[in-house]
Structure formats: structure tokens, C-alpha cells
Write a protein that binds this ligand. Sequence first.
Ligand code: AVI
Length: 312
Amino acid sequence: MMNSFAEDVHAGLSSDNKYLPSKYLYDANGSRIFQEIMNMPEYYLTDAEFEILSMQTKQIHNSLHFSEPFNIIELGAGDGFKTFKLLEYLVHNKVDFNYVPIDISKGAMDLLSKTLKKRLPGLKIKPKVGDYFEILKVNKESQYPSLLLFLGSNIGNYSKEKAISLLELFHRNMKSGDKLLIGFDLKKNPITIHKAYFDSYGITKRFNLNLLIRINRELEADFKIDDYDFYCHYNPITGQLKSYIVSLRAQTVNIKALNSAFHFGYNELIWTELSKKYDLYEIDQLAKETGFELNTNLLDCKHLFSDSLWEK
Ligand code: AVI
């Protein structure tokens, strides 16, 4: 019996246009490299969203119109860095709420609760470990209103169809009046976007090639990492930034756990990730298409990023 990682790698590398699903970029090493990406000055997304969530906390709170107590459920909370200022503002203003961070990494959730208990002793935190699809179902039964957070432009990593079904799933698991604060990276000067992903330090390249290292380790493959490079391309019309691994020579790779060999042509591409950029019209359309009402778009001062508040 193959596990889903094995099955997905098999499907992706057997396809005419090879691909690997981006969710597999985040093993322990990949998550560490992603932290490095977020710390690069060129990766403007982190600072832009941090600015919104620290400078517009009062406005976010005022836009909720929730009775107390309420829940703040953060999907894919990670290290909680982005949310800290919002939580701090609410705690300092004696707002009664429960913070429910959700992540598949138990390590991340343990560390987050430890840090937050120290830095914000008044915070009521109920971390949950697991797949947020399962945990979200619990929200429906909660007697309190909820604000869902889906930050960091994570929605940008989903194709249009998958983004719609994910947002519909959120919608199904929300109560009438619940809100969703969702991060969108905005269309902007294409050179700014290109620099954020095609960085000169080679960090994003390492992030992508780590996926081959992961396949070597977990599926007993023999990818020679030096024989691959990284490329990405931004299409300013569609807003799609696509990342690829490039095979630098014609070569065959054996993957023992799949009982298969895969041939890679000279300069053949493996598509690894979509990072979609939106404009405000598309955000509005997406909200409507998935049954939400858009309350407000909160932008950073350079208009690079939007945290958009939607209501069910
Ligand atoms: C997690 N996600 C929003 C990142 C993005 O910008 O698409 C992942 C990433 N890939 C390369 N750099 C960052």
C-alpha cells in the first residue's frame, strides 16, 4: 500500500507535464527554509501583512461587531508571528475571546502556546493539532461567534477550482454572522513579485530542491540534487507566479518505494507551486462566488497586500 505522498509523487512524475504538489514542500527542513524566505527583505509579503495586522488592529476589532466572548480560529497558525499584535491589542483592551490556533505541526503548536502563555498571560489559548478540515467542523457547534484567520497568502497556493472548494468548505463550517479574515497578495509591479521568488541568495531554490531531497529520503530515490535548478515565472496578466524545478540534463531516476523509474529530459520542468496574485476586483468576485459578503479590504500603506474581511 502506497501512502498519499508516494501516490502523489507517482501521479505527478508520470504526467506529461510533470508536477509535484506544493504542500509537500513543508517537511521539517522545508518549513525552516520557508522561515528564511519570510525573513528576506525581497519577500515583501511578511512585512506588508505584519503592518496590516499591527497598525489596523483597532479597525479589525471594530469591524467584527461580535458579542463577547468570541473565538479567533487561525488556520495554519505556524509560529503565530503575524497574529501576535492583534492578540496583544485585544488582550490589553480586556476583550473576552478564545484564541484557537490550528496547525498540522504539533511542535509548532507546543512552541506557540508556550511563547504566548509567557508573552500574553491573559490570553485564553486552545491550540489544536491536526488537519483543519476536521477541526473546523467543531466551529459549527460553538455557541460563540467566530473570526477565522487564513493569512499569509496561503489561498494563493490553490488553483481557482481548489480555492473555491476550500472557501466553500470554510463557508459550510461557519455560522451566519461569522467572519473570515483572509490574506491576498496583490498584483503589483511584476519586477517586485519576481524578485520575491527568484531571490539572488538561492533560498527559494533550496526550498524547491529540498522536495527532491525529501523524495530521496522518504521514498528511497536517487535524485542527484546538483543536476537540478530552480526557475519561476510571473505572468502579470493572470497574476500567476509559477515555480519549477529544471532538470539540467537528460537523466533517469529510480524511486524504490514506487518501484518505478522516471525519465527527465534536458531542461524538462517539474511544476512545484502556484503563487497567485489577486486584484481587488478578483477578491470581490471570489467572495461572491463562494457565498460570502465582503466587508472591507485592509491594505498596507504600499498597497502590496490585502487582508480582506468577509462575512457569512
Ligand atoms: C506559503 N505561501 C503563501 C508562499 C507563497 O508566497 O506562495 C510559499 C512560497 N513559495 C516560495 N516563496 C514562498
